[in-house]
Design a protein around this ligand. Sequence first.
Ligand code: ARG
Length: 456
Amino acid sequence: MKLWEGMTDGVTDPCAESFNSSVSFDKRLYKQDITGSIVHAQMLCKCGIINEDDAELITHGLSGIMTDIETGALIPDPSCEDIHTFIEQTLTSRIGEAGKRLHTARSRNDQVAQDLRLWCVDEIDRICGLLKDLIYKTAEKALQYADAIMPGFTHLQPAQPVTFGHHLTAYAMMFERDIDRLTDCRKRTNVAVIGSCALAGTTYRTDRAYEAGLLFADGVCKNSIDGVSDRDFVIELLSCLSVIMMHLSRFSEEMILWTSGQFSFVKLPDAYTTGSSIMPQKKNPDMAELCRGKTGRVYGDLFAVLTMMKGLPLAYNKDMQEDKESLFDAADTVCACLGIFAKMVCGMTADTEKMGEAACRGFINATDLADYLVRQGLPFREAYKLCGGIVSYCIKNGKTLESLSLEEYKTFSPVFDDGVYDAIDLKNCVYRRISEGGTSPSTVGKNAVYLMKKYK
Ligand code: ARG
């Protein structure tokens, strides 16, 4: 039978039915759907649209459905079009007539938008909790290594000495902004769109503000077409999640570099590394690599929804059913990565000796040599040029800035005195960088303690 023939006599082809159904994935919205429906029944009752007996039956019936889904006694039926239909049909089959009154003054269009908003708000709170834990653990490590000197890099070339604690705190600050972004996104997400109905609002005397209050919403959407049309809140959350993954992937990349034989700055606990099937010496940073790899997947989720929404006419279109799998996938991925990452950071140890040795190579105190010359009266540009010459002299002669004699220094400029050694001492280079946000152990320690207190 042709599909259109089936449609003309009101029978849907089973293939079309299963193609159309979203239960297999939107069953995750059952809690939000039931909560929203209980609140909706309360509002209908308060406004005199349904009577108290019906409201009571609906509330009781929905609570029972919630419990049964949670215990596994009731399994969402994949042959239903979506979770909203499944819950409403189950309710009616359990409580009869009253169940049929629940869908007054609403539509699945505002219902799904509301459910999804509630889901996003819960998820934002969960992800912020995971970020807080990661910040705490990163700050704790930063405090432990507040005075561990390592080479800081630009272009992945040794640049200036920094402390490992300083480097770690940089990530903690990024995660802190991730929380800020999510908190901001939450405000725009936690809005009541229920009552927008199909698209035009309703002729019933509803009380949207009352319903919003029961949903703990931060506001009521002011345009019913907007309420059912947009999924910008999904896109905004996916953007926040993408930024989190971008941060995690950079941290991952550094973990991978730092644990490599060439660097050997960091050791990861065995519990978060894997071995090779043929190379017995291997300890691979798989967790970090997976976090780096999964970043592409979350970006893909963002782009899937952005592209799906592009050019859609207002108001609801079935295309929008496609928002959920991407959203769920991205949120699950971020939660899994944040969880494993916090454990990995907690168990990581730094080889401060190796870091210190690496800091002695690469002339990372050349800036400090130039700054010293500035203090001796040279203009910075001139000092910079002179230092460039000294570094190439060292490279040619297999020397370091520390091993040059004062006589050798004096051949470059008469302003050199033995204060130069104090100026280029790596420890001094780090300890004297007391500018706000700089790498000095005292600044790093202060920042780490601040973060640990805030995110305890
Ligand atoms: N399952 C649909 C979705 O996720 C729910 C809304 C359906 N509305 C409709 N008019 N077909 O978007």
